[in-house]
Design a protein around this ligand. Structure first.
Ligand SMILES: Nc1ncnc2c1ncn2[C@@H]1O[C@H](COP(=O)(O)OP(=O)(O)O)[C@@H](O)[C@H]1O
Ligand SMILES: [Mg+2]
Length: 203
């Protein structure tokens, strides 16, 4: 068994060339609640992964779901995480890729999908296509606030992981996002409010 990652919530390993994501037990949680939560997130992750694909956003193919063992078996996307790609490539590619990323996130939002953990560790670039993974904290919602929170998480990820390129990344991301989410004005206003609140709380 080749372990890809042992995360806080799940272990990921390869089995017959497929990737298995198995949510592991958290002993600090009450057992019944722990099982409920792991089952819920497994179910949600599979559901949103499929739903995103139907909206024209690349996600790994789901091979099987085993809710009772908290496992999803999916296509192994043999590419590079956006986290590494964005730091290693040149500005021209950065612009192109984040504009595309913006279009795809806009498409998710337009279709009522909130990702819930939009960081560049949860996006894999393969053959110039961006695959979205890790939907376990997502939800189905068209609320402007939820969309704005999604963007705020992404912006924080840009700040912490790609600080040197923050302006270029954000500007071109928004350029793409505006093309697919008609509500972008409201979302960006709300994001502004969230950021103001954040600054106020930090002081
Ligand atoms: N379908 C996949 N194909 C290739 N790599 C994957 C796939 N799913 C996850 N990974 C790798 O495993 C890491 C953790 O997976 P993820 O679903 O984000 O779990 P976590 O909840 O631990 O963040 C990802 O950052 C990525 O490197
Ligand atoms: Mg992740």
């Amino acid at each position: 068994m080749k372990i890809i990652k042992r995360g806080a919530e799940a272990i990921l390993y390869l089995e017959n060339d497929h990737l298995v994501k198995e949510r592991i037990k958290k002993s600090y949680r009450i057992p019944q609640i722990d099982e409920k939560l792991r089952k819920l997130r497994t179910r949600k992750e599979a559901k949103l992964t499929l739903r995103a694909k139907r909206c024209g956003v690349e996600t790994p193919k789901i091979i099987s779901i085993d809710e009772n063992n908290f496992k999803i078996t999916m296509e192994f996307v043999d590419g590079k995480r956006l986290k590494e790609f964005l730091n290693e490539t040149n500005d021209e590619n950065r612009k192109k890729i984040v504009e595309e990323l913006g279009k795809k996130v806009g498409l998710l939002h337009k279709n009522g999908i909130i990702h819930g953990d939009l960081t560049t560790s949860n996006m894999i670039l393969k053959d110039n296509k961006i695959f979205f993974i890790d939907f376990g904290l997502g939800e189905i919602s068209k609320r402007i606030e939820s969309q704005a929170v999604d963007l705020s998480v992404l912006k924080e990820a840009f700040k912490s992981t790609h600080f040197k390129h923050l302006n270029l990344l954000w500007k071109n991301f928004i350029k793409g996002y505006k093309q697919t989410n008609d509500n972008f004005n409201k979302v960006l206003d709300t994001l502004n409010d969230i950021e103001k609140r954040g600054r106020y709380v930090k002081r």
